[in-house]
Design a protein around this ligand. Structure first.
Ligand code: G4P
Length: 532
């Protein structure tokens, strides 16, 4: 499509947007980095704000407590701030791996990600999983190797590990001088400048231009470290790849920065890289066609639903990523799945620690829409066109339970509760086609606990979750109606329906899955499906 017909103000506003998430293994320093980024953006004044929230979220019981103090968790879900003429949207992802499904969905709504690596630990399990998800959409990744104020691993070794384990090429942009007690700062390889480390400073001192790594100033200041730095830099020039914007944008290469988040060191460089290199909102696959971000007609999709923001109203907020056009309060949009018009009023935006009414939102921005059940994860809204944004994944759960009521008279409430919690993505819910039994599928054990608690408090249902003889679920596709009927006749007792009506096979064991698959070779068994 030609760029000319796009409204110039919209083009300009879209170009100013940067929408990203931070991914890391727990404890690598995501919360600390978030906080420092927000400080830079002027979105918060006090260090410790995000941190305090996080520590309250750490233990299960505390986490639920926080969830009960509605509003707190949602404000930390999306943070918008302005920095150097740009509007930056930072989407938070739950730290606990039991809620990783939520994280996967959030990652579909961003245009870039910052990956934090603990320099003492290197690449950890959760980072591997999250990077895989980024890979599905070729999301550009900026890497921050954190905690260089501690005794950590050698930087070369860390780069090698990132390349080998994550399969992404590293392009170091800064290089550490020393570490731990002798951490002096970083040498900026592209700008040939020195960034001096001073522990505990909120704003770091200015970069000093060096005119080459042989500058005697370095030797005079860091007599013990300069030799190794020179060796390293020489090696890097031979052995590492220079930064290449196209490779970065294609998700093949990651620029790497070294620093110490807690000391606010290296953070500004990350923000600068986001502004300079990370993409502004790009075109998105709208199913029927590609949607350009500066198209005047408003479109977007729901990627997350957060319940109980306000206990008095039992409202749910649908988090909606704008993909094109401009939001204005009171506008009428088409809810594509329901084929119905709905009015968008009082959408919310999120400014670090408060909710504010949204006046204006363009591609890349996230708005919060009050939702009374009409919006599901994956739903597309447009100004009339029939589109369906792709890419929000549902993965086959790893843990299964069967829900049973203590009070059989409450079965309607249980059904309603589980349907709603399923639509919200808190857990996956399947109904057995033969018996009508309700099955819950989760990635992490904590999800069951949260659902049990919410059923009790919000739906007044006391349910017991019993072991279910299910190994895994596979979404089914059939080549034709006859095969479908035959399959159902034979396998009905092992078939289920998810909250959106899709049919799954509920395998009892790996062997059971293999045998059924072999027998029904024309039927598709899928380990994941897209919402919508
Ligand atoms: P997370 O969100 O990824 O889970 O990590 P978070 O920022 O909470 O950081 C995890 C721990 O690592 C915290 O310590 C934090 O202070 C520490 N940390 C973060 N960045 C750095 C850094 O650059 N250098 C050093 N030395 N430590 C860092 P904690 O003991 O768990 O919490 P706290 O008592 O410090 O608050």
């Amino acid at each position: 499509m030609n760029a000319l017909p796009y409204p110039p103000e919209l083009l300009r506003d879209v170009a100013r947007r940067r929408t990203f998430a931070i991914i890391s293994h727990p404890d690598a320093g995501k919360t600390t980095l978030t906080e420092k980024l927000l400080l830079f953006g002027g979105a918060i004044q006090l260090a410790g704000t995000v941190k305090a929230r996080k520590s309250a979220r750490h233990a299960t019981s505390d986490w639920m407590e926080v969830e009960k103090q509605r509003g707190i968790s949602v404000t930390s879900s999306v943070m918008q701030f302005e920095y150097q003429e740009h509007v930056v949207n930072l989407l938070d992802t739950p730290g606990h791996e039991d809620f990783s499904e939520d994280t996967y969905r959030v990652l579909t709504a961003v245009d870039a990600a910052v990956m934090v690596i603990d320099a003492a630990k290197g690449v950890e399990a959760q980072t591997i999983k999250l990077l895989e998800v980024c890979r599905m959409r070729n999301t550009p990744i900026i890497t921050f190797v954190n905690k260089f104020d501690r005794e950590v691993r050698e930087p070369f070794e860390l780069l090698e590990e990132i390349e080998a384990v994550l399969g992404i090429e590293c392009a170091p942009i800064t290089w550490p001088i020393g570490m731990g007690k002798t951490f002096r700062g970083v040498y900026h390889l592209r700008e040939d400048s020195l960034l001096r480390f001073a522990p505990g400073e909120e704003k770091r001192s200015e970069a000093e231009k060096l005119d080459g790594i042989d500058n005697p100033l370095l030797a005079a200041q860091f007599p013990l470290e300069v030799g190794k730095l020179r060796e390293d830099v020489e090696l890097l020039r031979d052995a590492s790849s220079p930064f290449n914007l196209d490779d970065f944008l294609a998700g093949r290469q990651t620029p790497v920065f070294f620093g110490s988040g807690i000391n606010n060191f290296g953070v500004q460089e990350i923000l600068q890289a986001l502004l300079d290199w990370a993409p502004a909102p790009l075109e998105r696959d709208g199913g029927a066609r590609q949607v350009q971000p500066a198209e005047p007609a408003f479109t977007g999709f729901v990627f997350k639903i957060q319940a109980n923001m306000d206990p008095r109203h039992r409202d749910r907020i649908a988090f909606f990523r704008v993909c094109s056009g401009r939001y204005s309060s009171g506008m009428k949009v088409k809810h594509v799945r329901l084929d119905r018009e709905i009015k968008l009023a009082n959408a919310l935006t999120f400014m670090a620690n408060e909710r504010v009414l949204m006046e204006d939102a363009v591609a890349g921005d996230i708005i919060g829409i009050h939702n009374h059940g009409q919006l599901h994860i994956g739903d597309t809204l447009t100004e009339g066109e029939t589109l369906g944004f792709k890419g929000i994944p549902y993965f086959s759960p790893e843990l299964f339970r069967q829900a049973r009521l203590r009070d059989p008279l409450k079965s309607k409430q249980l059904q309603k509760g589980l349907q709603e919690l399923g639509e919200e993505g808190a857990i996956q819910v399947f109904e057995n086609l033969a018996s009508g039994a309700l099955l819950l599928g989760a990635i992490g054990q904590l999800q069951f606990e949260v659902v049990a608690q919410r059923l009790q408090t919000e739906y007044k249902v006391d349910a017991i979750f019993e072991a279910a003889d299910i190994y895994t679920a596979r979404w089914l596709t059939f080549p034709d109606e006859t095969t479908r009927r035959n399959f159902e006749r034979e396998q009905q007792h092992r078939m289920g329906r998810d909250v959106d009506g899709n049919i799954v096979y509920l395998a009892s064991t790996r062997y059971n899955l293999d045998v059924t698959r072999e027998k029904w070779s024309k039927v598709g068994f899928h380990a994941s499906r897209e919402h919508g």
